[in-house]
Design a protein around this ligand. Structure first.
Ligand SMILES: [Zn+2]
Length: 357
């Protein structure tokens, strides 16, 4: 048992959880996908099995956490009146599984949640290219991929072969400036070579985003939909940076959603100038993927967030819920998110499309 486990078992964690120190801190948890299928086996850093997510929610209830909406939590933090063990739940990207698997569990527990939504793929209703590519290669693991137009040699799809082909195909799509539809054709071609039923995959909407109807329904049912850029990327140029956020905001306005005011950095990537640009765009808060508690003095545009995913144990999870994880040595968030969404066919580079693998 590590230090955190010992702290939880001895009751020290609960004491910390009841302290004034913890009361002055807000824990923002970050999730990506919650799946009822096998996606957690493909990418455990990105997807959590629905029953494990439900267990996490029950731990929050058992610990008598106060799960607050993001806007309310930030206001109460500023006013110095956070309730004990304050927690905010956030989800990035907007995969269909949020609507199908996570939201029903959140409603069952009566917990508010923020969904930071990218919008480019929403209207297209296609699997998101980068993660879908990686997933199909995983589905085809153990096979020889024979694709002379892409690779002169046959590639055996072990871990190394999959990673290499994923990179080769992403680069191919980028260099050929393929449109979203053409990229979907590339995925279909890949699936055929791996004897995977691509129509069934597309119909399942696995690794697609929520559609516009689902976004409206979520909003009507109380989900808090916020900004995550239109194409899951930020630019090093101010105009490009602003355009990504304004397009994201416009798409949400066109659906009649409440005007979003909060943002999360795609892939957790934050450059020095970003907080100021967000402030100038009228964005009230921005969350990162840097593990930590939010305190009253935190920069509103660089709020730390603890990424909860499969490799995270219940001991670590409870360590953060009570606060002991911030006091004892911990490993923090070793990974950053993977979901890189899309290059717009009409856009000029140098957009920073960030892949962390
Ligand atoms: Zn993301």
């Amino acid at each position: 048992m590590g230090l955190l486990g010992a702290a939880n078992a001895s009751g020290l964690s609960r004491l910390i959880g009841a302290s004034n120190w913890r009361r002055q801190r807000l824990l923002i948890l970050c999730y990506h996908g919650v799946t009822e299928g096998e996606l957690h086996q493909w990418n455990p850093s990105l997807f959590m099995l629905a029953e494990n997510f439900k267990r996490r929610m029950s731990l929050l209830r058992e610990a008598r956490c106060n799960v607050l909406g993001l806007g309310e939590a930030i206001e109460r933090l500023e006013d110095g009146c956070l309730p004990p063990r304050s927690v905010v739940l956030t989800f990035d990207d907007g995969f269909t599984d949020f609507y199908r698997a996570a939201w029903p569990i959140l409603r069952e527990y009566g917990f508010p949640a923020t969904l930071y939504l990218t919008t480019y793929y929403m209207a297209r209703n296609l699997p998101v290219f980068d993660p879908a590519l990686d997933y199909l290669l995983w589905k085809g693991r153990g096979q020889q991929l024979d694709w002379p137009e892409i690779s002169a040699r046959k590639v055996f799809l072990n871990l190394e072969g999959r990673q290499r082909m994923s990179l080769v195909l992403q680069t191919y799509a980028l260099q050929k400036r393929l449109t979203a539809t053409q990229k979907d054709g590339l995925l279909e071609d890949l699936a055929e070579r791996l004897v995977i039923d691509y129509d069934a995959f597309r119909r399942s909407r696995v690794l697609s985003l929520i559609n516009e109807d689902e976004a409206r329904k979520l909003s009507a049912e109380g989900a808090d939909l916020q900004l995550h850029t239109h194409r899951h990327r930020t630019s090093v140029h101010r105009a490009g940076f602003a355009r990504e956020i304004l397009e994201n905001r416009d798409c949400m306005a066109a659906l009649g959603l409440r005007p979003p005011q909060h943002f999360s950095y795609p892939s957790g990537v934050r450059r020095a100038q970003d907080p100021q640009w967000l402030d100038e765009l009228g964005i009230k808060s921005a969350t990162t993927a840097d593990a930590g508690f939010v305190t009253q003095v935190a920069d509103r545009h660089s709020l730390p967030r603890v990424v909860d995913c499969c490799p995270f144990s219940e001991v670590e999870f409870l360590g953060w819920v009570y606060g002991s994880a911030a006091l004892l040595p911990h490993r923090g968030n070793s990974q950053k998110t993977v979901a890189v969404l899309e290059e717009e066919e009409t856009e000029e580079l140098p957009y920073a499309s960030v892949v962390n693998r």
